[in-house]
Write a protein that binds this ligand. Structure first.
Ligand code: SF4
Length: 697
């Protein structure tokens, strides 16, 4: 009875990008429970285990409550006035001594859109640095780059409705049964579909498939090229669509010539019969949908793999069609909002850095000189870390992310952070592996304690609300940004009269008006009434807020000539092949109980009890050869480091020669052994394949 709430506050889940609507139960001023929102279009009252337990995050013991500054006795409590005054002073000192580009900022897909929009302006126009990126580069930048190259702009073209309307659904490197559980339930509503899952591991999603494609690690690009080869060879393409809406078809045909079933079978390990069957199912479907997540994105060939996926959809006229889409399933609750509001991969509103008209328009909207708008993006996340190592960046501000667990080849990052003159970490938890290294820690409000909006994978913008105030002296990220702007002397110029997130939202609506990601017709009230609205939603939108919206339904793309690009993307083996000393291919991933670096879910007893420690999956053939038994403790070793005493699971879900470890656990941090190799286009890490050996501990 103690858990019964006297008030229910509507909001949106703060974990994954599915974007479930939920309600937080409050009793006598304390958060006591959470439940799904029956009226929200995404989840209709359902929540996964993380969502159901999300309210526990707010009462966690390790919440950050007060600003701290490193002194003689380590991190010591200070006032907000001292914290923000010191921070502004340090940033000013570094800018004067080394130039403003010596300041770096790494943020997150955890902020609400209003905060991210405010932060972008503050960093670019207030601090004057373009060396600004987010942890989204560790998960989604590949999808962004791929969409931009193929279609001229970022923006997933499809809608969740396509999961229920498609005749064929091809999931590549996407374990949505664990990582997007409520989205996975949309599949259940579609009884006529054929579900095809390509994955090197028999994931929970693979177990649901009509056809499972157990591809060799990193052979996805060859698989997709092979399907395209068969589609063209057998005339299963939409020639009229290709001629009217794309460039590059003849070149692509010549390029794909060698990707015949025999060649692709050798790379993927799939039979030629299976390849032919899958290609024909895809090519003949009236609505063929391709979804992907980190199996594709976490690759040094990720962007090109996305381009090859986009090719398939373009060749068959599936872009913008009901039930058909090349659809990147996002990671974090608001990765999409960070992409739209910009200064990392694009300027706000998907404007292009290199486009003079775009820059002038933005400068005019903001009433600033166009010279203050950058002509190219600053350093991406891994390049900010390299610049810190080379002492080109001297001050770093890390916001709501925990790179000491999430960054690949963690030793390099540790070395880099040790070089900094000033490191500020702003987070709702302290201590974390990252906050303990900081010169200053700023305590932030968490989900459930602040207001704004999140945009989910299908471009649906949903309202986020505060149920309770933050603990101690913690402030919302929005308030921290405005107060720092005050200390820097730019608050009135950049944020005139702003007091609450709604002020940022109203300006963002004007900045997005007329753009692909048009929010101008949205209001908080309509959003809440209808369970979120998909963009584009212009003023006087001619469809109901609830309508499914798709992009490029008219075949006109965001390129200079309006045509999409068919791109030749060559398969190549992954960079670090197994050897005698390191004979296994390591794959990393997630589990349903935990969220990213476990800062939040590690503080929730019910989730910790279910999944308290990391494990390593190994095939029985390999375990027998190494004389290992289930539950043995093993060390995982690469040329970069060693992870000690991980529990062994012996299972046929993993193929011989491969091993799998979840990446959530700081205590068994698998990023001690992963490699810092990055996609040259998106700068996303190649987390998915590296060579390791396994030793009995
Ligand atoms: Fe939250 Fe994602 Fe679970 Fe929905 S599926 S409750 S958005 S974590």
């Amino acid at each position: 009875a103690q858990r019964v709430a006297d008030t229910w506050v509507k909001t949106t889940c703060g974990y994954c990008s599915v974007g479930c609507g939920m309600q937080i139960g409050v009793r006598e001023g304390k958060v006591v429970t959470s439940r799904g929102d029956q009226n929200h279009s995404v989840n209709r009252g359902k929540l996964c285990p993380k969502g159901l337990a999300e309210h526990y995050v707010l009462n966690a013991e390790n919440r950050a409550r007060y600003p701290h500054l490193r002194g003689k006795n380590g991190l010591e409590r200070i006032s907000w006035e001292e914290a923000l005054g010191t921070m502004a002073g340090e940033f000013r000192r570094v800018a004067e001594k080394y130039g403003p580009q010596a300041i770096g900022v790494i943020s997150t897909g955890q902020l609400v859109t209003e905060e991210f929009y405010t932060l972008g302006k503050l960093v670019q126009l207030g601090l004057g640095t373009s060396n600004f990126d987010g942890n989204t580069t560790l998960c989604m930048s590949t999808a962004v780059s791929g969409y931009k190259r193929s279609f001229g702009s970022d923006g997933p073209p499809g809608a969740y409705e396509d999961f229920t309307k498609a005749e064929v659904i091809l999931l590549i490197g996407a374990n949505i049964a664990e990582n997007h559980p409520i989205l996975c339930q949309h599949l259940d509503a579609n009884t006529k579909k054929t579900l095809i899952v390509a994955d090197p591991r028999v994931s929970k999603t693979a177990m649901m498939a009509d056809i499972f494609l157990p591809v060799k690690p990193r052979s996805d690009l060859a698989l997709v090229n092979g399907i395209a080869h068969i589609l063209i060879r057998d005339g299963l393409i939409d020639r009229e669509y290709i001629d009217r809406h794309t460039n590059g078809f003849d070149e692509l045909c010549r390029f794909l010539d060698k990707y015949d079933p025999e060649y692709v079978s050798g790379i993927t390990g799939l039979s030629t019969e299976l390849l032919e069957r899958v290609a024909h199912l895809y090519g003949k479907a009236n609505g063929a949908f391709i979804g992907w997540t980190m199996g594709v994105n976490h690759s040094s060939k990720g962007t090109e793999t996305v381009n090859a996926i986009n090719n398939l959809a373009l060749l068959t006229g599936n872009v913008g069609r009901v039930g058909g889409s090349p659809f990147s399933i996002t990671g974090q609750c608001n990765a999409m909002g960070t992409r739209e509001t910009g200064f990392t991969s694009s300027l706000p509103g998907y404007r292009k850095f290199e486009n003079e008209t775009d820059r002038e328009e933005l400068a005019s909207l903001w009433g600033v000189a166009v010279e203050r708008i950058p002509t190219q993006r600053g350093l991406a996340y891994p390049d900010i870390i390299s610049a810190v190592l080379r002492k080109k960046i001297r001050a770093l501000w890390i916001i709501a992310t925990n790179p000491l667990v999430s960054f690949p080849n963690i030793d390099v990052l540790k070395q880099a952070l040790g070089e900094l003159e000033f490191l500020v970490v702003q987070d709702c938890f302290h201590p974390t592996p990252t906050t303990v290294l900081a010169h200053m820690v700023l305590p932030a409000a968490a989900w459930g304690e602040k207001e704004g909006t999140y945009t989910n994978s299908e471009r649906r913008v949903s309202k986020v609300n505060a149920a309770v105030p933050p603990p101690g002296e913690a402030l919302s990220d929005f308030d921290i940004f405005l107060r720092l702007a005050g200390e820097l002397g730019c608050r009135e110029e950049l944020f005139p009269g702003w007091k609450e997130p709604r002020d940022a939202f109203e300006e963002w609506k004007r900045v997005s008006e007329g753009r692909l990601c048009d929010y101008s017709g949205m209001t908080y009230e309509v959003m809440e009434a209808y369970g979120g609205i998909q963009w584009p939603y212009p003023k006087n939108a001619d469809t109901a807020p609830t309508a499914a919206r798709r992009l490029y339904t008219d075949g006109v793309f965001e390129t200079a000539d309006g045509r999409a690009k068919l791109i030749c993307a060559e398969w190549e083996p992954f960079p670090e092949q197994p050897s005698q000393d390191y004979p296994f291919v390591l794959n990393t991933g997630r589990t349903v109980e935990h969220w990213h670096t476990r800062t939040k879910t590690g503080a929730i007893a019910i989730l910790e009890q279910i999944a308290p420690r990391a494990w390593l999956e190994m095939n029985p053939v390999d375990a027998k050869r190494l004389m290992l038994r289930p539950h043995d403790l093993v060390d995982i070793v690469s040329t970069r480091g060693r992870v000690r005493r991980v529990e062994l699971r012996v299972t046929e879900v993993i193929a011989p020669g491969q091993v799998f470890v979840p990446f959530h656990f700081a205590e068994w941090n698998i990023n001690e052994v992963t490699q810092d190799i990055f996609d040259p286009i998106s700068r996303e890490p190649n987390y998915k394949q590296c060579a390791v050996r396994v030793e009995k501990a």
